[in-house]
Ligand binder design. Sequence first.
Ligand SMILES: CC(=O)SCCNC(=O)CCNC(=O)[C@H](O)C(C)(C)COP(=O)(O)OP(=O)(O)OC[C@H]1O[C@@H](n2cnc3c(N)ncnc32)[C@H](O)[C@@H]1OP(=O)(O)O
Ligand SMILES: CSCCC(=O)C(=O)O
Length: 503
Amino acid sequence: MASSLLTSPTMIPTTGSTVAVRSGLPFRSSLLSLHLNRPYNKSSLSISCCSPVSKMGEASASDLKPVVERWPEYIPHKLPDKNYVRVFDTTLRDGEQAPGGALTPPQKLEIARQLAKLRVDIMEVGFPVSSEEEFETVKTIAKTVGNEVDEETGYVPVICAIARSKPEDIKAAWEAVKYAKRPKILIFTSTSDIHMKYKLKKSKEEVIEMAASSVRLAKSLGFVDVQFGCEDGGRSEKEFLCKILGESIKAGATTVNVADTVGINMPEEYGELVSYLKANTPGIDDVIFSVHCHNDLGFATANTIAGVCAGARQIEVTVNGIGERSGNAPLEEVVMALKCRGEYLMDGVYTRINTRQIMATSQLVQEYTGLYVQPHKPIVGANCFVHESGIHQDGILKNRSTYQILSPEDVGVVNSQSSSIVLGKLSGRHAVKDRLKEMGYELDDEKLNDIFSKFRELTKHKKRITDDDLKALVTCGDENSLNGANGKETNGYVTSPQISSVV
Ligand SMILES: CC(=O)SCCNC(=O)CCNC(=O)[C@H](O)C(C)(C)COP(=O)(O)OP(=O)(O)OC[C@H]1O[C@@H](n2cnc3c(N)ncnc32)[C@H](O)[C@@H]1OP(=O)(O)O
Ligand SMILES: CSCCC(=O)C(=O)O
C-alpha cells in the first residue's frame, strides 16, 4: 500500500458519528469514513479520490474497535446541524410504483428492516388508503421496525405513510403509522396548472384550501411530523408554490417538498427553484426543505444534488433508483456523491447512511422486485469495481486510486483483488503476469511474451479468460492443445476440456 494513503490519528473528526479506531496501527481514512459518513480533514485528502483507496485486503474490519456515538435527537422541523442531510427513503412507496415492482407484505417488512440497517432517517413505507393489505403492511412495519430502537446509538427510523389531500387518506395513514415511535405523514397535492386543471379539476384557491385543511386534519389526529408536498412542483408557477407552501407551514407542516414529478427539470433550473422558494416562502426557515426528483431525462441524481446545494436538507430517494417510469433519484448515488464531494463542493454536507449496507440493500431490492440493475449502474452495478482493459488494470495493480474514486468496501462490496481484474481482449501483460503469479506461476519476460501472445489469440474466441484457461496456456503450451483434440471450435467456444466454456 502506498504510504500516502495512510492517514494519521489526528484526522479523526471531533463531531463524527461512529469513529473506528484501529489499535496500534495507522488509521485508514477510507475505513474511518465508512463509519463516520462525515467528511474528514480536508487537507488530508486531495480531489483525486473520495476516500483513500488502497490495495485490497490491507486492513480487516476485525482490526477496528468502534467507538459509537448516539444518534442525534429527531426534531421533525429541525436538524441537528446545518449540514446534516436527512435521508427519506421511498423505496417501499414510490419505488414500489415501478411497473412490475410490486412487493408482498413479508418482502416489504424485510426490506424495511434492511433500510433500518442502512440507517435511513425516514422510510416512507406505503399508501395505507390504497388497500386493506397495504394498510396492514404499513401498520406491521410501524409496530415492528418503527419501534426497534438500536440500544447502542438510540437510532429508530421515522415511519411515514403517504396520503392525498383527502380526509379518508389522512385518517388511514394515522391509523396505520400511529404505532411507530416516530410516525410521519406525507400529504401531497398537485400544484401545476396542468394537474390542477385536468387531474384535480380545481382552482388554485380550492387547492390551497385542500392543502391547508389536510395539514390541519393530520395535526388534529395526532401527527407531530407532517410533510406537505407539491406534486408536479417542477412545472408549477413559483409564486403559487410560495403561497401554498406558506399556507401549509402556517397550518403546521414541519417539512415541505417540491417534487419534479415528471422528471422535466435540469439541475440549474431545479436548484434555482429551490433557492427561490427558500428565499420567498413565508416561514420556510422554520421547516425542513425536501427534494424529490424523477429520472425521465437522467437528471434525478444531479437535480437532487442541485437541490442540496441550494439549501434543501432532506433527500427523497429509492434504492437502485426504482420508481415510476424511469425511476427516482437512487439513494446510493446521491449518498455516495455527498460523501465523496460533500466536503469539497457543498460546504460539508453529510448523511448518516451506513454505506457499507448499500450493496446488501441493493441486492435485496433487486431480488424482491425483480428489477435488476445494469452492470454499469453507478455504485451497485456489477462492473463498478472491475477492470478489463490493460492500462487500467496496470494502474489498479500499482495503486487503486489511479482508476477508482470509491473503495468497494465503502459500499459493502467484498472484492478480492483478483475478482476486480478480469481478463479479456483488451487486457495487458501486467494483469496476465499478476494473475499467473497469484496462481503460482512466476514467468520471465520471454515466457510471459509467449504466453501473452497465446492469451491474445484465445481472446479472439472467448470473451472472458479464466484461471483454468491461463493454466492450460502455461501447462499445455501450443495452440493445438488449446483448441482441443481436433483443433476445432464450436460456436466461438474453444472445445478443449482444459479451456473453460465461461464466456
Ligand atoms: C406522484 C405520485 O407518485 S402519487 C402516488 C401514486 N400512487 C398510487 O397511485 C398508488 C396507490 N393508488 C391507489 O391504490 C389508488 O389509485 C387509490 C386507492 C389511491 C385511488 O383509487 P380510485 O379511487 O380508484 O381512484 P383513481 O386512482 O382511479 O383516481 C385518482 C383520484 O384521486 C384524485 N387525486 C389525485 N391526487 C390527488 C391529491 N393529491 N389530492 C386529492 N385527490 C387527488 C384524482 O383526481 C382522482 O380523483 P377523481 O376520482 O375525483 O377523479
Ligand atoms: C410530492 S411528493 C409525493 C408525490 C410523488 O411521489 C411525486 O410527486 O413524484
